[in-house]
Design a protein around this ligand. Sequence first.
Ligand SMILES: [Ca+2]
Length: 429
Amino acid sequence: MASHHELASQRIRTEVSRWRAQDRAVVGVHGDRCQQKIQTRRGETNKPPEDHPILDEGQEECARASTAAPARIEGPRRWQARPTEEENRQHCWVGNLESMAAAAVEVSERRNKVIIDTDPGIDDAMAILVALRSPELEVIGLITTFGNVHTAVATRNVLHLLEAVGRTDIPVAEGSHVTLKKDRKLRIASSCHGSDGLGNQGLPPATTAKPLDQPAAAFLVEQANLYPGQVTVVALGPLTNLALALELDPLFPKKIGQIVVLGGAYSVNGNVNPAAESNMFGDPDAADIIFTCGADVLAVGINITQQVILSEADREKLEHSDSKYARYICKSLAHYFDYHGEVYFTKGVYLHDPTALLAAVNPSLITSAEGVVRVQTAGTTKGLTLFRSTEKWYADMSAWSGMPTVKVAVTVDAPAVVELMMQRLMADD
Ligand SMILES: [Ca+2]
C-alpha cells in the first residue's frame, strides 16, 4: 500500500495537472478555506509581478501547512507590503502551482473527510446541505441507498441537489437496490417524504450530473484504502452498502475512520413499529453486521433525534433567507410538516439526519455511552436495537458476549443542534 506521503504527493501532482489542464493561474487563496476559495483567471502567468507582495497572513498559513514548500514563507520579499483585499481578490500572485497545490492538499487533509450514505429523503437533503456548508468537513463522496425512496430515486435526488447548489464536483456512487439478503420487498417511507422523496415536488432529473460507474461499496473500500483511518461515513439510511464493503474487504472496519449511524431506538419505541427504527428495519442483517464488526461506530438513535425539533418559527426564518441552501430545503418542508402533524400531532419536525451529521461536525453536541448493540434480524421485533451496557456483568453467555463495543448517543444539546443547522443553511456562499 502506498504510504501517506506518497498518497499526498500523488494528490499534489493530480491537482497541479488539473490546474494546468485548465490553463489557469491561481489567485486569492486564504487559510483553511484554500480549496473553496481558489479562484482562477485565464491568461495569468504563474510568475509574480516584480513589485507585488507574495503572501498575506491567510496565504502564509496555507504555505506553512505545506511541508513541500517551506522556502515560500522565508526570504526577504515576503513582507514588502501588505496587499489590499481588492488586490488579493483581483491580482495576487501566490506562488508556483506545485506549492499552492501542496498547500491546498495539506489543508484539505486537516478537514474531516466524509462520505454520506443517504436515501433522500427530506431530512437527508437537509443533512447533505449542512455538510456542504460545514468547513469542518470535506465531503469526498455521496453514496445512495433505499429507504425513504428506492435507490434509483435516491441517486436522482442526490444528483439534483448537487446540481442545484453547484457542487457536481462531488462524486456520487449508487448503492444497493436490495437488502444484504437480496430481499426486493423493501419498506419505502413515501408517506413521510412523498413519492419522490422530496415532498412531491415533481423534480426533473439532473441535466448534467451523473453517478460513477463504480458501485457504492467499491467506492467505500477505495476511499478507505486511499485515506486509511481518515474517512468518516455518515450513514443516514439502511446499512447495506457498508455491509457490502465489509464483504469486499474484511479489513474495511480497521481502515475506515468512523461510522456515524443514524439508526436505532434505544429504550424508546421505534418509528416503523414499537420495536424498530426505520433504518434498522430496512436491513437489520446489515445493521447487525456493522454494529459488531469492530469499526469505530457512533449510533445516533431516535431517542436522540426526536428531541431535536425544527419549529414553525425556524421554518419561517428559513423561508425568509436568501440562501440557496435554505430555499432548496424549504420547497419540501411543507410535506414534512404535514406528515408530522398527522402522525405525531406536532407542529414541528424531527431533525433525524441533520442531528447525526452534526454529531460528526461537532461531537460535543452529544454525549454517548459505550457497549454492545445487537440488532434483531427476524420476527415480531425485527429491527430492534438492543444495547448492552458494559457496566453490568452477566453470568451467562449471550449474543452480546465478547462482541466489539460501539458508542450510542445518550444526550443531545438540542437547541445547539437546531441553531447550528439554521446557521449553516442560511449562510450563503
Ligand atoms: Ca435518511
